[in-house]
Design a protein around this ligand. Structure first.
Ligand code: NDP
Ligand code: 2IT
Length: 453
């Protein structure tokens, strides 16, 4: 690391204490940008990176609500408005008990570069709450969402900041928040994406992140003259991203053999076929049950609970060709990455945001496998959110085929931007450098154009 990068990272750590995920996300970008700064010291002298790591605005607020027993509950709400150089703030809302300022800052920072890669005019933001929707009734979730939006609404707008879903926030939560926004603002607008089909949502938005991660993997294997058909795939998670990843893998003739939730994972060596996936979707989206139930239902499959004290995640030790981590950050460490290589994995396309630790990424790089970081591989979700915004502005909606074609084109563009930037800066095949550099250059040049703001 150069002296400049070392000093910058020391400042980031000192100024943002107790935010290890934010430090990790910044470190990765700083490492990639060393290559750029050698050739373009003008970015250093304009202190673009120093500005980009400081959120334009951070909003933190109290979210009081009443549970079904009449007891008062208090949660914390956040919105990080990270960067608006290329468009209004755009990014999801996460409801999960682990949510804190550092996790949302890492997600907002990643979002800035991801959104730049999509080719669409969107800045970066992220928000959410430490609210735990698990085990809560619909009425409780509605009261929480209404209280959350009662504060958030004064900070967002269709031309200012447009939230969407992430972990724990799907169609139900977006509906409750949209209803409350509309009532308070007296305005029916595209202020959120991931909306229902009947009230301004885009076709393919629910599918977009998972489909996009598979399209990205398809682009990667094409560079080696291969295809996905016939390949065995490890998938983690069983939420929105994981479900549509498995659906698209089935369509392309590949076989997904694992899925997980926060308690454990299932391994089905026969493959999670479309019929089995339909059962999982009902389990997770309607009954809101646990993935362990799958193994009780499907003979021949095995459920393994996670052991929080274990140094390895057994899901990643199964033999396979490809992996689509689609649950959460840092779910693959160096040991897991080594197990994956040993088990035959040569393609990793990250549906989740930063699912691999820095050491784990190092293992993939050394093994020279096709490894796509989340900010490139999962850009399809926010890209179709951008298409939802475009349709809302036109007061029109495109067909499934139109949206899916645009998604495929965007994923191919994200892929070629990464490949070209990696080559231009002397690290061909390195999708981490490619994504960080291509995303950064678009944002950095826009920031410089707009002066010191
Ligand atoms: P969902 O809430 O629909 O599903 C999340 C899944 O991951 C669930 O199976 C959940 O298990 C599991 N999970 C969540 N937290 C943890 C944890 N701490 N440890 C282990 N497992 C966990 O979320 P999404 O599918 O939308 O999001 C998954 C990932 O994809 C996240 O990293 C998100 O940031 C990223 N992403 C999402 C996009 C989107 O459009 N939704 C776009 C781009 C990226 P359980 O049911 O037990 O909680
Ligand atoms: O991480 C992400 O890109 C998302 N959760 C989707 C954001 C969006 O605005 O659709």
């Amino acid at each position: 690391m150069s002296e400049y990068s070392e000093q910058l990272m020391a400042d980031v750590v000192a100024k943002n204490p107790s935010e290890p995920e934010f430090h990790q996300a910044v470190q990765e970008v700083v490492d990639s940008l060393e290559l750029v700064f050698e050739q373009h010291p003008e970015y250093k002298s304009a202190r673009v990176l120093e500005r980009a790591i400081e959120p334009e605005r951070v909003i933190m607020f109290r979210v009081p609500w009443m549970d079904d027993r009449g007891a008062v509950q208090v949660n914390r709400g956040f919105r990080i408005e990270m960067n608006s150089a290329i468009g209004p703030y755009k990014g999801g809302l996460r409801f999960h008990p682990s949510v804190n300022l550092g996790i949302l800052k890492f997600l907002a920072f990643e979002q800035v570069f991801k959104n730049a890669l999509t080719t669409l005019p969107m800045g970066g933001g992220k928000g959410g709450s430490d609210f735990n929707p698990k085990g809560r009734s619909d009425a409780e979730v509605m009261r929480f969402c209404q209280s959350f939006m009662t504060e958030l609404q004064r900070h967002i707008g269709p031309n200012t900041d447009i939230p969407a879903g992430d972990i724990g926030v799907g169609g139900r939560e977006i509906g409750y928040m949209f209803g409350q926004y509309k009532r308070l603002a007296n305005e029916f607008s595209g202020v959120l994406t991931g909306k229902g089909r009947n009230w301004g949502g885009s076709l393919i938005r629910p599918e977009a992140t998972g489909y996009g991660a598979v399209y990205f993997a398809q682009e990667m294997v094409k560079t080696r003259g291969q295809e996905l058909a016939g390949r065995t795939c490890l998938v983690s998670g069983s939420g929105n991203v994981a479900q549509y990843t498995v659906q698209k893998l089935n369509e392309l003739g590949a076989t997904a053999v694992t899925m997980s939730d926060s308690s454990g994972y299932i391994h089905d060596p026969e493959g999670i076929t479309p019929e089995k996936l339909e059962w999982i979707m009902e389990l997770k989206n309607v009954r809101r049950g646990r993935i362990s139930e799958y193994a009780e239902w499907m003979r021949g499959s095995v459920y393994t609970p996670f052991d929080a004290s274990a140094s390895q995640n057994p899901l990643w030790a199964h033999e396979a060709d490809c992996a689509f981590p689609s649950a959460t950050q840092n779910e693959i460490n160096a040991e897991d990455a080594k197990n994956m290589i040993k088990g035959g994995v040569t393609v990793v396309s990250e549906g989740a945001n930063m699912p691999t630790t820095a050491d784990g990424v190092g293992v993939f790089m050394q093994a020279k496998i096709l490894y796509a970081p989340g900010k490139a591989a999962n850009a399809g979700g926010v890209a179709v959110s951008g298409l939802e915004m475009a349709q809302n502005s036109m007061r029109y909606s495109w067909t499934r085929e139109e949206v899916d074609n645009r998604l495929q084109m965007i994923m191919a563009d994200v892929h070629s931007s990464c490949v070209e930037a990696a080559e231009r800066f002397g690290t061909p095949g390195n999708y981490v450098n490619g994504a960080n550099i291509a995303g950064f250059l678009k944002v950095a040049d826009s920031m410089i154009d707009q002066g010191l703001v």
